[in-house]
Design a protein. Structure first.
Lengths: 212, 547
């Protein structure tokens, strides 16, 4: 078996169709994911419209330095995974593996920074409940959404990183062809994670900081 | 040349079932699981009907009664009705009907069953721990703040079941797009395929919003994050909007596949092409899209804006149009057909009657003044049971009989089956029709203590439930017996037209020995060029199949 031909699975009879199916399936799943985050974001926006001042006050308390750094990391990782997937499709091992590695490193860096941010949030008494630091009405609810949304987003990142490392390790062990459609599908999923963050960043970090 | 073994004989032992990627075997795995959940939900229903025989408390405390109806609703909606036809008949038939070897993603198909088993495990765990008392709707703030029951386990179970649904939906949509046999254009698809396709759309696009709503409940209840809590300015109605954004389309997840089953059965047993095929397709897609726009009719008395209610009321009337188109087209298909009354046909005809009553009372409920009067009464209970039980479950039984020869390679006993089909119709009507009357008179839902003047209706309903239980259980017995004693089925015992009948009963692992090529539309019961008499062969009876 040459390493460049992916295995053909039932029920497919040709490589092109099988590859196409993987992306079709992923796009459908992304539609579903868009509504998962969409539902939560609509809930967030409705609550924000009910108490705009409280939400703005609370949003000014998030760590904008880490938030901005994470935005840059994630956008870069999306570029890396795009390079990785395209190189993998063409069987360019020398390009694909470093790019996928870079995606993993950038994603991991995001999670590490996020972990430090969460730690300082908790130490800064920003977990809703007794002893919550802020007093503006609605600020506690802002942080309820902050934790729920960033938590769900981070869970998706863990899933994405797990899948990318799994497929990459399989390639290194010679069990999966580099041209497998899995990389393209994974890249699509990773872009979704990125796009969700593009919505989360302004809503959670930029609100209430205009200085007006 | 010897024929290859059927999918049932292709691989022995427990591992060949639990690790199978054959869509036909996964359909049977789902079937076994769903029968178990149907029995759990049915037992809860039976206990509810027993308790309601007397106006005073008889067997259960208030708290236990709350947990019983919650169990009944949760299990029946998410663990029986939503996956019922799509994951059993649909999983089995979809690839066969479009001439494919399997679904697009066979391993994802198996994964969806394991997700479903996991979610069922969470639900059973919540049941064993002591149950849930919020009703199947998980309304806040009761579910998030006051309920002392096992809401978290049940909510997580439902979220996980949702992922199983999404996996199935993605799989079905990709399959219909990518794996149709040569010549099988979109407007040659059997209506069953169209309905499964539409159902999958709803599964993929509505289920994640339910997951979002329930995950927010988990965040609030499990982690103390105030999302819906009015003390922090939260809005409990927000949950209702998110919940019904899924749960109204979910009604179409339950009923659309039964439209498909009925279309296949009616055409076969009246030996006619479906009347207005393209209108049937447009009606299905119209229902699918409109289904996302009517959720607010569940919230007329919640305090939502009157203008929102008016819009939702209007849209709810609009969505009745495609449903009516379907009922009329089935009726016109029967007109001048050569009708024979095999058991599947009896179920299908029963479906049309019960679904029509359910649909028309839905229009009553879409009318705001009537809805205000009967909200949270047995009128509502009767209405949605006519759709989901009289409609969807009747069609499931009809489809199960129709395709039983294909599933198992055996014929079911026709006499017993006809008896059960008729018993189911009357048992159902007897159980649920009295609920319209007592609901209109003011009997509220979810109470087990009620004024004595309602007793006569409750007793009638409970007697009907006894008949209905018989009609549900008897087929399980004779169908099981037919596995051993039934006559061997030929490939096409009903002389039906679909591709699934062009392969052996039961089909081999790879479905078709030679990829079928399609050169005509569906339901060609009177092919052109043949004389009326020549093509009008009545369906083969059981005795002939044995020969």
């Amino acid at each position: 078996m040459t390493a460049t031909t992916p295995r053909l699975h039932e029920p497919w009879q040709g490589q092109r169709r099988q590859r196409y199916a993987a992306t079709v399936g992923m796009w459908l799943f992304l539609g579903s994911e868009a509504l998962l985050f969409g539902g939560m974001l609509v809930a967030f926006l409705l609550c924000r419209s009910l108490q705009p001042e409280g939400f703005a006050t609370a949003a000014a308390e998030t760590d904008i330095a880490i938030g901005t750094a994470n935005t840059l990391l994630l956008l870069t990782s999306s570029a890396a995974v795009a390079v990785g997937a395209e190189a993998a499709r063409q069987g360019l091992r020398r390009w694909a593996l470093p790019a996928l590695g870079a995606t993993l490193a950038l994603g991991l860096a995001f999670l590490v920074l996020k972990g430090f941010e969460w730690r300082s949030d908790i130490l800064g008494r920003l977990w809703p409940g007794p002893g919550f630091r802020l007093h503006a009405p609605g600020s506690e609810m802002f942080f309820a959404f902050y934790w729920a949304l960033t938590g769900l987003h981070a869970a998706h990142m863990v899933g994405g990183l797990g899948a990318i490392s799994w497929f990459t390790v399989e390639v290194l062990l010679g069990r999966r062809s580099l041209r497998s459609a899995a990389f393209e599908a994974m890249a699509l999923y990773w872009h979704l994670i990125d796009i969700v963050w593009v919505f989360l960043f302004p809503l959670l970090y930029l609100d209430g900081r205009s200085g007006a | 040349m010897s024929a290859p073994p059927s999918y049932l004989a292709d691989g022995q032992g427990i591992g060949s079932w639990l690790l199978t990627t054959d869509h036909k075997r996964i359909a049977l795995l789902y079937m076994a699981t769903l029968i178990a959940f149907f029995c759990i939900g049915g037992t809860a229903a039976a206990l509810i009907r027993l308790e309601l025989v007397t106006p005073g408390p008889m067997l259960f405390s208030d708290d236990t009664y709350n947990r019983l109806f919650t169990l009944h609703g949760t299990v029946m909606v998410w663990f029986f009705l939503v996956p019922s036809i799509p994951n059993t008949l649909g999983n089995f038939l979809l690839p066969l009907m479009i001439g494919a070897r399997d679904l697009a993603f066979p391993r994802l198909n198996l994964l969806s069953w394991y997700l479903f088993m996991g979610s069922g495990g969470l639900l059973v765990a919540s049941l064993l721990a002591g149950g849930v008392d919020t009703g199947w709707t998980f309304y806040t703030p009761f579910s998030t703040m006051y309920s002392n029951s096992y809401v978290l386990l049940a909510a997580l179970g439902v979220v996980l079941a949702g992922f199983s649904s999404i996996a199935t939906g993605v799989n079905f949509i990709a399959t219909v797009h990518l794996l149709r046999a040569p010549g099988l254009g979109w407007f040659r698809l059997p209506l069953m395929v169209w309905t499964l396709y539409a159902t999958s759309m709803v599964m993929v696009l509505a289920t994640p919003v339910l997951a979002a709503a329930l995950l927010l409940i988990v965040a609030e209840r499990g982690f103390g994050l105030p999302i819906f809590d009015p003390r922090h300015g939260g809005d409990p109605l927000l949950f209702q909007h998110l919940f019904w954004f899924y749960s109204h389309p979910a009604v179409y997840i339950m009923i659309l596949p039964s439209f498909g089953v009925v279309s296949e059965v009616i055409t076969c047993f009246s030996r006619r092409r479906i009347f207005g095929y393209s209108f049937m397709v447009y009606a299905i897609m119209w229902i699918t899209v409109m289904g996302f726009l009517v959720w607010g009719h569940h919230m007329f008395v919640s305090g939502q804006s009157l203008y929102a209610s008016l819009a939702f009321s209007f849209l709810s009337f609009v969505i009745a149009v495609p449903s009516a188109i379907k009922v009329f087209n089935w009726s016109f298909t029967l007109y001048r057909g050569q009708i024979s009354f095999e058991a599947p046909m009896l179920y299908a005809l029963g479906f049309i009657g019960l679904f029509t009553i359910g649909g028309l009372t839905g229009l009553s409920l879409a009318t705001i003044p009537i809805d205000v009067h009967v909200t949270d009464t047995y009128f509502v209970i009767a209405h949605f049971h006519f759709i989901m039980v009289g409609g969807a479950v009747t069609a499931l039984y009809g489809g199960l009989h129709f395709w039983w020869p294909k599933l198992t390679g055996r014929m079911y006993p026709e006499g017993a089956a006809r008896f059960c089909a008729i018993l189911m119709f009357f048992g159902f009507a007897f159980t649920f029709f009295p609920m319209f009357i007592m609901g209109f008179l003011g009997m509220p839902r979810r109470y087990h203590v009620y004024p004595p003047e309602f007793q006569i209706w409750h007793v009638m309903s409970s007697c009907g439930a006894l008949l209905l239980a018989g009609a549900y259980l008897l087929p399980m017995i004779y169908l099981t017996l037919s596995l051993f004693r039934g006559a061997r089925a030929v490939a096409d015992p009903w002389q039906a037209t679909g591709l699934e009948w062009r392969t052996a009963s039961p089909p081999p692992r790879e479905n078709f020995l030679k990829e079928p090529i399609v050169d005509e539309g569906p339901y060609r019961y009177h092919p052109e060029g043949q004389t009326h008499e020549g093509s009008a062969t009545p369906p083969q009876r059981q005795g002939e199949a044995r020969a």
